[in-house]
Ligand binder design. Structure first.
Ligand SMILES: Nc1ncnc2c1ncn2[C@@H]1O[C@H](COP(=O)(O)OP(=O)(O)OP(=O)(O)O)[C@@H](O)[C@H]1O
Length: 246
């Protein structure tokens, strides 16, 4: 997958400016950056959810935005704060996602049950998604992203609100997926996690790429967190908050 000169304006606000990234097949790619850096906007444009102001995304050399429906069949998406059909049960939602992607009914049934089991959601399968916790919602969204067996996974904050056991399960699913030749892109604020999990990383700040490449290239001999602070800027001066501490 390749992002070429992606730019997004929201009205007069430039959220993403000329972002280009080459994401090699089979890579586990981390997208890190401070709040408001443009990670969600970038991932949304890369997933076919948000039309770029300019630039394009190429999947296996073909323009995503020339035929979004075709591109989306190859991509599994975990959008940040996505609106789900949350009056469906978890099982119904995954079934719906699979059928929508054209997966045969018997395969959907099999994959859904396996995904719910692996993600620890079997018991909640018959519960409405609106009644799920934040972590359960994240996991059911991930099941929806995986059910059509895409080649590329674009996951916005997949570990946010997820308990440590589920996070380990998700990490191992993603690692196996990448080892089998699939491409995974995750955004995260957790540097340690990205450093342990990803083989490539891009640091984004202020809507543009500050560093990108293999983890080792970007780290340049220090920890990812140190490199991040170095590139994004130092810690802001904290006011005394005397009113809070008195
Ligand atoms: N729909 C929108 N309308 C206007 N501005 C927006 C919109 N969505 C995002 N922005 C702005 O674009 C910039 C990038 O936002 P984005 O959500 O892509 O950042 P992010 O890196 O994902 O942040 P976070 O880590 O906090 O989730 C921010 O300044 C944000 O305020």
């Amino acid at each position: 997958m390749e992002l070429r000169s992606l730019t997004k304006f929201y009205g007069r606000k430039c959220a993403v400016s000329n972002i280009s990234l080459v994401i090699p097949p089979g890579s586990f790619y981390g997208l890190v950056g401070p709040n408001g850096a443009g990670k969600t906007t970038t991932l949304s444009m890369a997933s076919g959810l948000l039309r770029p102001t300019s630039g394009d995304v190429y999947v296996e050399g073909q323009s995503l935005w020339a035929d979004v429906a075709r591109g989306k069949r190859q991509i599994g998406i975990l959008p940040d704060g996505a609106r789900l059909f949350d009056r469906l049960t978890g099982a119904q939602l995954v079934t719906y996602a699979g059928l929508l992607q054209g997966v045969p009914r018997k395969d959907v049934d099999l994959r859904r049950d396996e995904l719910l089991d692996v993600l620890g959601l079997s018991e909640a399968a018959g519960q409405l998604v609106v009644d799920y916790s934040a972590g359960m919602t994240k996991k059911i969204s991930l099941a929806c992203a995986l059910v059509h067996a895409p080649k590329i996974l674009l996951l916005d904050e997949p570990f946010e609100a997820v308990d440590p056991v589920s996070a380990t399960v998700i990490r191992s699913i993603l690692t196996d997926f990448a080892a089998a030749g699939g491409t995974v892109v995750v955004s995260s604020h957790v540097m340690d996690l990205v450093q342990r999990m990803c083989d490539h990383v891009a640091i984004i700040a202020g809507g543009s790429v500050r560093a990108a490449g293999t983890l080792e290239q970007v780290r340049a001999g220090v920890s990812l967190e140190e490199r991040f602070v170095e590139l994004v800027g130092g810690l802001p001066q904290r006011s005394e908050l005397s009113w809070l501490l008195s």
